[in-house]
Design a protein. Structure first.
Length: 244
């Protein structure tokens, strides 16, 4: 019986080295070898019998792992930083697998962040078509009116992009300090999206936290702490990410 063939970029992503998109770029950049020959074309298929190297390092199939981190403010959503700042993987020193964040949270934003070495799983979750709810709580300067919040649901233009929230609500406000706590639910994950949206309606963000990712919350965790996802949670996310 012949070994099953898979696309090269999928095999690289499944090994935990990087996401499928970045794997495709590595192939185009000539950094991938199959059976000691450099491959630079998309569409090449390999089996488990083939020898695959990325940047001169042979691929070793890792067991997939999945973690939920309460990312503190002042941390980079990356596995390394050329300026020497703290990165999210610094908070999971016991994890031996080559994990990376699923999407990102801004340096000044705290909250729920997933990390894994399953590139295909991460790519599926990040695809905009999956419309996964991401709930943020923002402390802003000023007290928005209902019409201001409605603008966020209808969508606003920012740097040539249309940014919109699925839902927006006022949790509380302080008339003396002239501040408000706003909850926003997004499907997208564009760069600094919540901050850009609130700045566009003249209510700049003072503090921002992602409270929820789909059905996952930060319950039981303090900033800087993490936990492994349960098999049930992983299956729920996988089912959501593979739906049409």
């Amino acid at each position: 019986m012949s070994k099953q063939e898979e696309r090269l970029q999928k095999i690289i992503a499944q090994s935990g080295v990087t996401s499928r998109r970045k794997a495709e770029q590595l192939i185009l950049d000539g950094k991938v070898k199959v059976n000691d020959k450099i491959v630079t074309e998309m569409g090449v298929k390999v089996t488990s019998n083939d020898k695959v190297e990325v940047d001169g390092v042979p691929l070793e199939k890792e067991e997939f792992v999945y973690y939920l981190l309460y990312k503190p403010k002042g941390v980079i959503s990356s596995i390394k930083d050329d300026k020497g700042r703290k990165v999210v993987t610094d908070f999971l020193p016991e994890v031996e697998e080559r994990i990376f964040p699923v999407g990102r949270l801004d340096y000044d934003t705290s909250g729920l962040l997933l990390l894994t070495n399953d590139g295909e799983f991460a790519n599926q979750l990040m695809h905009p078509s999956k419309e996964i709810n991401k709930v943020y709580v923002a402390k802003v300067k000023g007290i928005p009116h209902k019409k201001d919040l409605l603008r966020l649901r209808k969508g606003i233009q920012s740097d040539g992009e249309k940014l919109k929230a699925v839902n927006v609500s006022m949790i509380s406000n302080d008339k003396d300090k002239k501040t408000s706590i706003i909850e926003l639910t997004l499907h997208e994950g564009k760069n600094r999206q919540v901050r850009r949206m609130l700045e566009a309606i003249d209510f700049p963000v003072m503090k921002l936290k992602r409270e929820q990712y789909s059905f996952l919350t930060l319950h039981g965790l303090n900033a800087g702490e993490y936990r492994a996802l349960t098999p049930k949670e992983v299956n729920q996310l996988r089912n959501m990410s593979t739906k049409l």
